[in-house]
Write a protein that binds this ligand. Structure first.
Ligand code: NDP
Ligand code: 13P
Length: 331
């Protein structure tokens, strides 16, 4: 482990996850933490009530947490967490480029793939910020649980294991434990693909297809994840970890998950809804993951079925028939 300690952490994005990460990082009082928001109302709420009720209702935030609307706070940070939705990461990086110092550790805290290009978010943000040390934090943990101080463990992957260990040490607290990894591809694709599979599990639940079908989806879904991770140059073993199996089990079974709830609504109605009503990362990831898999010649039948249902090309009944009548293969 490294003896280096950060001087300041800024979390960009005052939604549920950004607020939770800022809360847990400042609760340990190791280093000054600022939540950077775009909304004056969030600054007012946190300063007057000590809460961000829009994002995390009824959760008291640590008094030491600072909040600002001024991007120049980034100039004093050596660790910056990017906690906005996947499809907003490029735009956020572009708009903040002039404020982030060279050498800053930027950590992506979103679960997705760029929809327009199929690229990993670490590559997208590195390109916009002209940085190479862009890391990713992912794994099982609902924002409300993290902010309440319930025990949570996630993975943080960086360019080197040393850098990941430094970030894990800097961002962990007695209730939030980070495991370092050098597999940015595996950790990132695990986080993005588990959302697609959580939608599939929701469809199964909503359509009343039973718990046995859910278990089959989790298991075969993991096989899809590991194939794509390996084909993109990651370590297929990463899928057994927090950002693969861990997060898939959480989001495929907990009704706190927006992806699962979206899938349940589809399963009940028999076809996709055009409006998700809240952020559903898997609805963005499904078709791009299916296209990337097709380009690489990787079989991902569950991902393809979810993409086709969401795009309105297939109803739930036909998707199930297609999946169940595929040629029998060795597991
Ligand atoms: N919620 C959870 O339990 C968890 C979420 N995640 C991941 O975290 C990511 C964010 O999710 P979550 O926090 O739930 O989403 P929310 O919908 O709660 O919040 C998203 C936030 O992103 C901000 N935002 C959007 N675009 C930009 C931008 N260009 N620059 C700065 N801020 C921006 C919005 O700010 P504004 O209000 O100003 O519009 C909003 O506050 C997702 O990828 C999700 O998968 C990961 C683990 C747990
Ligand atoms: O990623 C999450 C928990 O690990 C949050 O899941 P949802 O985005 O489905 O709510």
């Amino acid at each position: 482990m490294t003896a280096e300690t950060p001087k300041g952490i800024v979390v960009v994005g005052s939604g549920a996850f950004g607020t939770a990460l800022a809360a847990v990082a400042s609760a340990s009082d190791k280093v000054p933490v600022t939540l950077l928001t775009r909304r004056e109302s969030v600054v007012d709420d946190i300063k007057t009530s000590g809460r961000n009720d829009d994002a995390l209702p009824d959760i008291d935030l640590p008094q030491s947490l600072q909040v600002s609307i001024d991007p120049s706070v980034l100039e004093g940070a050596d660790i910056v967490l990017f906690a906005m939705p996947s499809q907003a990461q490029r735009e956020a990086a572009r708009s903040l480029f002039g404020f982030i110092r060279p050498g800053t550790d930027v950590v992506i805290c979103a679960k997705g793939i760029e929809r327009s290009s199929g690229r990993l978010l670490t590559d997208v943000v590195a390109e916009e910020l002209h940085l190479h040390n862009v890391a990713v934090l992912s794994g099982p943990g609902f924002a409300a649980d993290i902010a309440r101080g319930l025990p949570t463990a996630m993975a943080v992957a960086a360019e080197t294991m040393d850098r990941a260990a430094y970030l894990a040490e800097a961002l962990s607290s007695p209730t939030f434990r980070l495991y370092p990894s050098a597999d940015r591809i595996g950790v990132q694709l695990g986080g993005a693909l588990k959302n697609v599979l959580a939608i599939a599990c929701g469809i199964v639940e909503g359509a009343g297809l039973g718990d046995s079908a859910r278990a089959a989806l989790i298991s075969r879904g993991l096989a899809e994840m590991s194939r794509l991770i390996a084909a993109r140059g990651g370590d297929a073993e990463t899928v057994r970890g927090l950002s693969g199996l861990g997060d898939l089990v959480l989001t495929a079974t907990s009704h706190q998950s927006r992806n699962l709830r979206y899938g349940i609504a589809i399963g009940r109605e028999g076809r996709a809804r055009t409006e998700t009503g809240e952020l559903v990362e898997g609805a963005f990831a499904a078709s791009v993951a299916a296209s990337v898999a097709a380009e690489l010649g990787i079989e991902m039948p569950i991902t393809h079925a979810v993409a086709a249902i969401i795009d309105g090309r297939l109803d739930v009944k036909s998707a199930l028939e297609q999946l169940m009548t595929r040629p029998i293969r060795q597991e």
